[in-house]
Write a protein that binds this ligand. Structure first.
Ligand code: G6D
Length: 334
């Protein structure tokens, strides 16, 4: 097992390469604390760019750590302790994925912390993107000999604030990024948070068993994606927040590609996962060309818009308390 600095780009983006004893490789970069490569049995399963500088260009959050608040905040504002905090409107009337320049566009400080682990640190200053509190964030990537990439999040603020972090990895387990629709997917969730026409949840939770959104029984992502379903039309495909069923021992989701024989289990302590089927990919050129629905995302997260929906579990991080979360993507060949 090893973890080492392998590249510094022309603008100073560092690449750290993690390799386990099975030859599985993960590469992470200091720009957005992004995963730039994830190679399992010779197949790179994440989108991205060969040159780390490519991530600075136009791409929808490729494999980046997302924050201070992952997903949407309605009306680009929230009230905390009686004070309103206006945020940047980067998604119509709403705030998405941390705003104009979220954590995905920041330079993080890397530290090798183990024989196959690297920690990325960033300090989000009080008032950055409108959020209160100096928030110190650490994201540690580890690769183990079970062929799991584990991501551990830690954050602490000197003022009450809101915090919900995730990684926005774009996956395709086939070896190409032609389409994500041929992946068999399981999401162990009977419910999603309903959304309005701006994809904002307001508290309604809907049962999706037996509908096009139901993945409690494994099915191809493409099986029902074109169904005449109101939510699917709102999302232009799958773009929904799934609320995990109670059993936290099981993976919240599992993806499988018959072409490659690769399965990916997603374990997390988070209550939710956003399934996004790359509905806005439009041919961005990277390691491959990434077209419409050529990749899928499983972003583990707290409840979207939770800072405005009292019935949702809170996303408030009190001064001095620690935000802690983990997500692990485990790869295997069943
Ligand atoms: C769209 O609604 C989706 C988000 O879920 C996704 O993260 C983004 O595109 C890339 O806004």
């Amino acid at each position: 097992m090893k973890c080492e600095l392998t590249e510094i780009s022309k603008t100073g983006i560092q690449t750290y390469r993690l390799e386990n004893d099975n030859g599985m490789v993960a590469e992470v970069i200091t720009y957005g604390a992004r995963i730039s490569k994830l190679v399992y049995q010779g197949i790179d399963v994440v989108a991205g760019f060969d040159d780390p500088e490519g991530f600075r260009g136009d791409n929808p959050y490729f494999n980046a750590v997302i924050g201070r608040f992952a997903n949407r905040i309605g009306n680009a504002s929230f009230t905390l302790n009686g004070k309103e905090y206006p945020l940047y409107k980067n998604d119509g009337n709403n705030h998405l994925h941390g705003g104009k320049e979220g954590f995905d566009r920041k330079i993080w400080k890397a530290t090798v912390v183990g024989n196959c682990s690297v920690r990325m640190d960033y300090v989000s200053c009080d008032g950055e993107e409108g959020y209160p509190g100096n928030l110190c964030v650490s994201v540690t990537y580890s690769l183990d000999n079970e062929d799991a990439l584990c991501i551990r999040y830690r954050a602490v603020s000197d003022k009450d604030t809101v915090c919900s972090l995730t990684n926005h990895a774009y996956f395709n387990l086939s070896g190409t990024f032609d389409t994500a629709l041929h992946h068999e997917l399981t999401i162990r969730a009977d419910q999603v948070t309903a959304i309005d026409n701006e994809l904002i949840p307001h508290g309604e939770i809907v049962d999706i068993k037996g509908t096009a959104l139901d993945f409690t029984i494994p099915k191809l992502i493409g099986k029902d994606i074109q169904n005449d379903d109101t939510l699917l039309k709102l999302g232009n495909g799958y773009d929904f927040n799934y609320i995990r069923n109670n059993d936290t021992e099981e993976p919240i989701a599992t993806a499988f590609c018959a072409d490659s024989g690769i399965a990916m289990d997603v374990y997390t302590d988070r209550p939710c996962v956003q399934l996004f089927t790359g509905n806005f990919l439009d041919g961005v050129r990277g390691k491959q060309v990434y077209g419409f629905r050529s990749a899928f995302c499983l972003e583990t997260q707290g409840y979207p818009n939770a800072c405005n929906v009292p019935s949702f579990p809170s996303c408030v991080l009190r001064a001095g308390e620690e935000f802690r979360s983990y997500t692990a993507y485990l790869f295997r060949k069943p």
